[in-house]
Design a protein around this ligand. Structure first.
Ligand code: KG4
Ligand code: ZN
Length: 352
């Protein structure tokens, strides 16, 4: 039987159909244009768009896979973390598809999904491996020892890497979404043009921080003035990107120096960044470590990664999931291993 997966945690409405690790369809409807006028994601606008888009996107994915709902054996859905209204649309849709057919529902942790993109064909990566997850909402180093769950080895103490890309892009007048636009502009600039603070370089741990980098850019832009910023924007973008990538790679290298990991993988929207991919490739070549780089469309939000994580997560049978709730923040943000699939299903079943 096939898995139907739905992802609506932020501003992309996504559905996928999987046959084991094989992706038969991975449909994404981006709402970027709807949010661009506001310079960022407006949660209420995202929820309303998901409401309109989820059914057609699911239909499109089934069509592309050459499947119908009769071929589906389980419905997977991102349950959190993310925008609560957006998540609720996905979870309600998944319940509405699963319940009449008495199909199991598989709630999936979004971050586990980013890790699980590496389990998809072609060339699925087998644990153990070290995974850097860098998205718009999270930045963390995951020690992946099995297909479900991971050990949190380090995480950002303030902004996420993608959030920093988005904020700096906004400062440079690049609009939303900022990461890809900033990467494009950085190609024309000199990464050594401006000296950037190297955050957390003296911290012996594996945590990240991007706030001081963002603040440095704010002051640089203020000192340069609007005309100066316009003139030097490619250099500013390149210098920021080099510093952000430098920190991500430095922490990866520090984790690798502990000698435990023989393979590295990336996940999350920032993993689509060419400069990061090149720097991690060079690091892994230098250290003789296996590197898995999934296709860019599997780095940014998509439902195929949710279906992949669902293969190793705990399904909830009908009717228990009717009372299941989405969760907006990471379940165990303190630290420590994330439970199976990132979810403690039993605690969330509630009465039905
Ligand atoms: O994983 P993702 O699609 O959504 C979240 O879970 O947040 O990540 C989105 C983030 C955004 O901050 C976006 O600007 C960033 O990933 N991003 C990039 C690139 N593509 C997406 N950042 C840098 N370079 C890129 N090419
Ligand atoms: Zn994501």
């Amino acid at each position: 039987m096939l898995i139907l997966a739905i992802e609506t945690s932020c501003d992309d409405t996504c559905a996928a159909v999987l046959d084991g690790p094989r992706v038969l369809a991975n449909t994404i409807s981006s709402q970027a244009a709807a949010h661009a006028q506001f310079g960022g994601v407006v949660p209420e606008v995202a929820s309303r768009h998901h409401l309109e888009l989820t059914a057609p996107v699911v239909e499109a994915a089934l069509g592309e896979a050459g499947a119908t709902l009769d071929d589906i054996g389980a419905v997977a859905v991102t349950a959190g973390p993310g925008l609560i209204g957006a998540l609720l649309v996905g979870v309600s849709t998944a319940k509405a598809i699963a319940a009449p057919r008495r199909l199991p529902l598989v709630p999936v942790d979004h971050l586990q999904g980013h890790v699980a993109a590496n389990f998809l064909e072609p060339d699925p990566l087998e644990p153990p491996f070290l995974c850097l997850v860098a998205s718009g909402g999270h930045t963390l180093l995951a020690g992946v020892r099995g297909h479900a769950g991971y050990e949190l080895l380090g995480q950002t103490l303030d902004d996420a890497a993608g959030e920093a890309f988005d904020k700096v892009a906004r400062l440079l007048g690049l609009g939303y979404p900022g990461g890809p636009a900033l990467e494009k502009l950085a190609r024309e600039g000199d990464p050594a043009a401006f000296e950037m603070p190297v955050a957390m370089s003296r911290d012996p741990g594996l945590d990240f921080s991007f706030r001081c980098l963002k603040t440095a850019l704010v002051y640089l832009c203020r000192d340069l003035g609007p005309e100066g910023v316009e003139e030097r924007c490619a250099d500013l973008a390149a210098s920021f990107q080099a510093a952000a990538v430098g920190q991500l790679v430095a922490k990866l290298e520090r984790a690798l120096k502990r000698g435990e990991w023989q393979a590295v993988a990336l996940g999350g929207g920032v993993a689509a960044n060419g400069a990061l991919r090149e720097a991690v490739t060079a690091l892994c070549e230098r250290r003789g470590i296996q590197l898995k780089l999934v296709a860019r469309e599997l780095c940014t939000d998509n439902a195929a990664m949710i279906g992949s994580a669902a293969r190793f997560a705990t399904p909830i049978e009908y009717p228990a999931y009717l009372a299941y709730d989405a969760f907006p923040t990471r379940q165990n943000p303190a630290d420590g291993p994330i439970r199976q699939g990132g979810l403690d299903v039993s605690a969330r079943r509630g009465a039905v």
